[in-house]
Ligand binder design. Sequence first.
Ligand SMILES: [Zn+2]
Length: 156
Amino acid sequence: MSVFSVIQSDSLPTARKLKDAKPRITDWWQQAWTNDNTQSTRFFAEANIALPGLTMNNTSTDDLFEALEMVRGFGLAVPPRSINPPSLTSNHIAGKAIDMTITWTGTINVKKKDGNEEALTFSTNANTNIALHKVGESFGVKKLKTDAPHWSFNGR
Ligand SMILES: [Zn+2]
């Protein structure tokens, strides 16, 4: 299990459950990772990249936990699902972007805006599913190809 599997899950815990679990989570981080110097360096390097609002030299598990709460609260996608840090100028702010996970099984035919059908084969990586992007684009919804759930009016 990865250190950050809890935040990469699509089924994030409720705010209350996360807050209640804080002592157990930070205690686990300390015992498993931060008591050993080599492990600690790697742990914080990965965490400071994966979570929003942390500096590269952060070594505070409290700050890490606050970042985790922010990910949960805003439903942020974090690496590997997104390589884009949260932004104050995002299309989300203007209501011109949406994050969504689209799933189906096998191959389905979906009509584009012009009425022509596109055969869509499910892929776990929405960023590389060009046929899916074509259907979205026909309706003016463009995929940001570096952020698994992100779609917007201009692809950013
Ligand atoms: Zn987004």
